[in-house]
Design a binder for this molecule. Structure first.
Ligand code: AMP
Length: 395
């Protein structure tokens, strides 16, 4: 696996696919620069080698050229974060971009306009990718968030750099972290899967059964499993067409010697609302008119025990409706358990949309080993798929 550490960028122009798809407010100011900060180590290494950087990214989902999606709005923020002046090309391909790239000096940075102003980007158009490839000597992919897309800048462009393509620091770290969990993590290996639906996680569950010793299933998914086993789940969220699948997963787990831990009690509410009345009840005896919205105290004790025994931990999906304060306790407690286990030497990876949001919201970001930057890309990796953006560099 080639990374930027395998290259000396002196007098070379790096064409870097970054993920600068950052949130902007109504005044078109960057409200969260995390993604820019995450790309900094890669950019700085190249500049310090005596190279220059041509940065390319998408921003949002524009239909053609739409001013509000212009990357010019984030130039100032990139300059703040990097402490280096950033030049800008008003089109990611064509004469101006080629001229600005060709006159770029060592230590300088050029940012290209939004790749998705051209529909060829998401179509993975080869001619468009070839035009992009003219702008650099070495192709660097540092955008995990789009690595599951076979777009021109994330995948197709790599073929024009057969000997000169590599992963940036950020993408390399993502790959290593996922590898650490899915291949040869120190045992016992635990996966905690939460979130709303079995159907959106089924491929992950099936792939992960071959890799883990323990599997905690929480969140809304719980109730499909409990109902399948004959429990009364009241009005809790449930996918009735997935109960047979849930039983099959339990069977597969047993055959593979994977211990599945489901909540034993829940915080039940009489409405899907933070102001609802609540009671703690057995997960198998939820009264009609009530729905389980968070893991209960006994479950959290059991989960804490499992988490603290584990040496490798993957966490994807909240244990309850954490967006509502009254149903966030389970997710917070799990975060605390994982933080403690990490402190005791476990490797912990948090990935996939909502658990990342929860980890940030409740301040666990620095207390786990790694927080993934890619939602869809992370899920597809956990499903066992080879991401096209990664395969294109390894080819
Ligand atoms: P996912 O995107 O599949 O990871 O699902 C995350 C969502 O699941 C969050 O918005 C949670 O509010 C929701 N969720 C977690 N637990 C429950 C539950 N017991 N009932 C309904 N929704 C839940």
């Amino acid at each position: 696996m080639k990374t930027i550490n395998d290259f000396n960028f002196q007098d070379k122009k790096a064409l870097i696919r970054v993920d600068f798809n950052v949130p902007l407010n109504d005044s078109l100011e960057v409200t969260d620069a995390t993604r820019i900060v995450s790309a900094k180590p890669t950019i700085i290494k190249i500049l310090e080698d005596g190279g220059s950087c041509v940065l390319m990214s998408h921003l949002g989902r524009p239909k053609g050229v739409q001013e509000e999606f212009s990357l010019k709005h984030i130039v100032d923020k990139i300059e703040d974060v990097l402490g280096v002046e950033v030049k800008f090309a008003k089109n990611c391909i064509g004469e101006e971009a080629e001229e600005k790239a060709s006159t770029l000096q060592p230590g300088e940075i050029l940012l290209l306009e939004n790749l998705r102003f051209h529909e060829e980007e998401t179509k993975g158009d080869v001619d468009f990718a070839e035009k992009l490839s003219k702008l650099g000597d070495i192709y660097v992919n540092d955008a995990f968030g789009t690595a599951h897309r076979a777009h021109a800048s994330t995948t197709i462009v790599a073929q024009f750099f057969p000997e000169a393509k590599c992963f940036g620091h950020l993408l390399a770290k993502e790959i290593e972290s996922i590898k650490k969990v899915l291949e040869g993590g120190e045992k016992p290996v635990l996966a905690v899967l939460g979130g709303a639906k079995v159907s959106s996680k089924i491929t992950v569950i099936e792939n992960i059964l071959d890799k883990v010793d323990h599997l905690i299933i929480g969140g809304g998914m719980t109730f499909t499993f409990i109902k399948a086993q004959g429990g009364n789940i009241g009005d809790s969220i449930c996918e009735d067409d997935k109960t047979a699948l849930a039983l099959d997963i339990m069977k597969q787990a047993e055959a593979k010697n994977v211990k599945i831990h489901l909540p034993v009690d829940v915080v039940a509410a009489d409405a899907f609302s933070n102001d609802a009345n609540t009671q703690i009840c057995d997960v198998r005896q939820i009264p009609d008119g009530w729905q389980g919205l968070d893991a209960g105290p006994k479950s959290l004790e059991i989960f804490d025990d499992v988490v603290n025994q584990s040496k490798t931990i993957l966490w994807n999906g909240p244990l309850g409706v954490f967006e509502m304060e009254n149903f966030a306790k389970g997710t917070i407690a799990l975060g605390e358990s994982i933080a403690q286990s990490t402190k005791n030497g476990a490797f912990s990876l948090v990935g996939g949309g909502d658990s990342v949001a929860a980890v940030k919201q409740f301040g666990f970001e620095d207390k786990v080993s790694y927080v993934s930057t890619g939602g869809g890309a992370m899920l597809e990796s956990l499903e066992g798929k080879t991401l096209p953006g990664i395969a294109a560099i390894l080819d």
